[in-house]
Design a protein around this ligand. Sequence first.
Ligand SMILES: C[S@@+](CC[C@H](N)C(=O)[O-])C[C@H]1O[C@@H](n2cnc3c(N)ncnc32)[C@H](O)[C@@H]1O
Length: 327
Amino acid sequence: MDLALYHPEGGYYATPGRRVGRHGDFYTSVSAGPLFGKILALHLAPVLSGMDGPLRILELGAHDGSLARDVLEALATDAPQLIDRLEYAIIEPLEALALRQRERLAGLPARIVADPSQLEPRAGVLVANELIDALSCHLVESTGDGWQEIGVGLASDRFTWKPLGNADPELVRHLPARPAGYRTEVRPFLAEFLRPLRPLVSPGRLLFFDYGFERAEYLDPARAEGTLRTYCEHRSGDDPLDAPGTRDITAHVEFTSLREALESLGGEVVRFENQSRFLTAAARPWLLGLEGRTDAATAKLLRNFQTLTHPGHLGSRFHVMEARFGP
Ligand SMILES: C[S@@+](CC[C@H](N)C(=O)[O-])C[C@H]1O[C@@H](n2cnc3c(N)ncnc32)[C@H](O)[C@@H]1O
């Protein structure tokens, strides 16, 4: 999964091409229009205002920089007093994406770095939309009386699933017994992944938007095929071994593990709710200000709001988890 998505020469995200949006392979809340960034800015402004000194919004998985631009433009209008002490930092390991972000964010207070060690600590908020689902995972399958890990092998020039033997007990310690053949995914490294990021927004908040479930629902007996999927031209597929590098590969986020990772680093999870609820609450002042307006631009923004919050679109599939570190 790592190679198929991130290899510098053949990886899906490392190579040019439209990945996100109408002409790409999948929509995100960001590609649906600028409103997600505007509403996120409404949530962030009071949080940042309560922090002292130089401030940072730190984004991971920033794709082409659209969310950064949308948030910075909204803050410049709605909370201009913050802009002078704010930097919007992006950690972007892929050079091809860093180039696109630099173009999109020219003239804005944005800074793009390749790894966390290039940033000194500051107060602020980390935001990531659809990052965790794109981090590679371990695939495990029940044998009926335990779990085996499934890897990738090669047979006659084709990739195949290859059982790797009994899974490391640490890897499967949260998994209940399931019938033979039941597959699921595990990301055991979330705390290690977050550890170097956490001091970069200190005191701070970490805010993750993604699709997924709490552990009990993730491991529902009916979800026997797991959640590993591919996306290509807006069609979902279930064979990640098919044409690697040409399609997105993703597995849902198991939010209980994310919560435990955040808590193990000293964070307090202060929010876990669906995107619809979060955005509707944060957007309230903006929605009230629209009362009586019937112009075409407002109608377009309201359609964007519906896409972000309607249960049939992104509203109930997506969740937000927010953790607070420090005061
Ligand atoms: C599904 S895309 C996110 C799309 C974007 N946030 C949006 O809302 O349109 C996942 C992104 O996470 C990035 N990513 C994966 N691992 C990362 C890491 N360790 N550090 C920073 N970005 C990473 C990928 O390069 C990819 O751009």
